[in-house]
Design a protein around this ligand. Structure first.
Ligand SMILES: [Zn+2]
Length: 362
């Protein structure tokens, strides 16, 4: 899932994302709540209509951004008080208000409100944080069940209930024949996923997974990773935790990773991942290729007539030379960010297409 933080994948328009084959993208509740505001998006018909994106969207609960952008946050049983990074104003997220925000934004998949445990943390702190996340998961689900009909694209009648949101909004989506995403009625609703926490403690991760499953969600995420721990530890926690999550429901690893890592995690059984890396790195001139990572700003590319990646089928590699991309970057042209992002997203999506192909071949 490419990351579209404020309802925009930075530098790339929605028609290009469609051409690249993006099926789902991620929006950040924290950012959209602060600007333009949930009520504004809701009045405009929800995120899909607002940003003209008929395909699937997932929003996070806002918990991670509050954790990563707010050093002055205050966590209580009820929720989190934090200050806006835009104007310093004070706000509160509770499981209930985070659900209300995500229902109002109207993504297809929304996330339970959790506390992302900091790293390092001692055992008592990891347990206390995990218990809080479990209580918040129950409150998230309760509020969601009572209010899910308030989603901006809620079906208006019995007939519409049978048609997934994506089919009602996306003209390219075929209702008959090969319908991606399983039985049609499944898609008519917003889905709330649970999040497993437990810090870096494998026993707590197991307990968190089991108790989150007891609460019951249509999909499960592994949260609280990529918070500064070494990569080997991330992998160990994922490998251990995923064994406790049902294989017949989507398993989502939040906030990873490099192209090598996403292949590795897919091998472990992860179905969904999101990361700012392909888009953020692109804006800094770091490009992922079949020959490894390239820093296009380097002087060695000044006269390089070759394509960025000879094995890549994207429109950037088909048309432009490394020399031209290097020149655009050195000249600080907006086009450099656009073209670099298109290539990196294409490389990531190709990586996942190859993963799916391998799975199909057994
Ligand atoms: Zn390319």
């Amino acid at each position: 899932m490419p990351v579209g933080t404020v309802a925009s994948v930075k530098g790339v328009s929605q028609d290009i994302l469609e051409d690249l084959g993006v099926q789902i993208l991620l929006g950040n509740t924290y950012h959209l709540y602060l600007r333009p505001g949930v009520e504004q998006v809701r009045k405009l018909g929800g995120l899909h209509k607002f940003m003209s994106w008929p395909r699937a969207i997932l929003t996070d609960s806002g918990g991670f951004q509050v954790f990563s952008l707010n050093e002055l946050r205050k966590v209580t049983e009820d929720g989190v008080t934090f200050r806006s990074h835009l104007d310093g104003s004070s706000h509160v997220f509770t499981p209930e208000s985070a659900m209300a925000a995500q229902i109002g934004l109207g993504a297809d998949i929304i996330m339970a409100f959790d506390e992302c445990t900091e790293h390092p943390a001692d055992h008592a702190r990891m347990r206390q944080s995990m218990e809080l996340t479990l209580r918040w998961a129950e409150r998230s689900k309760k509020y969601f069940e009572e209010h899910k009909h308030e989603v901006p694209w809620a079906p208006q009648n019995e007939q519409e209930k049978q048609i997934p949101r994506s089919a009602r909004n996306d003209k390219s989506y075929s209702i008959s024949g090969s319908t991606p995403g399983g039985p049609i009625s499944e898609g008519a609703k917003q889905s709330l996923f649970g999040i497993v926490q437990g810090g870096m403690d494998l026993a707590l991760r197991k307990e968190s997974a089991e108790r989150t499953i007891e609460i019951g969600f249509p999909g499960y995420a592994i949260g609280g990773l990529s918070v500064g721990e070494p990569r080997a530890l991330t992998r160990e926690v994922v490998e251990s935790t995923i064994q406790h999550l049902p294989a017949d429901k989507p398993r989502y690893l939040m906030g990873v990773g490099t192209p090598e890592e996403i292949v590795e995690y897919a091998k472990l059984g992860i179905d969904m991942m999101d990361c700012v890396l392909p888009t953020r790195a692109a804006r800094h001139g770091l490009l992922f290729t079949s020959e490894g990572k390239i820093s296009i700003k380097q002087a060695r590319y000044i006269g390089d007539k070759g394509p960025l990646d000879p094995k890549c089928g994207c429109k950037v590699c088909a048309r432009y030379s490394r020399a031209y991309l290097r020149h655009l970057y050195a000249s600080n042209e907006v086009l450099a960010q656009v073209l670099n992002t298109v290539h990196n997203l294409s490389f990531y999506l190709d990586t996942m297409r190859a993963v799916r192909h391998s799975i199909a071949l057994g």
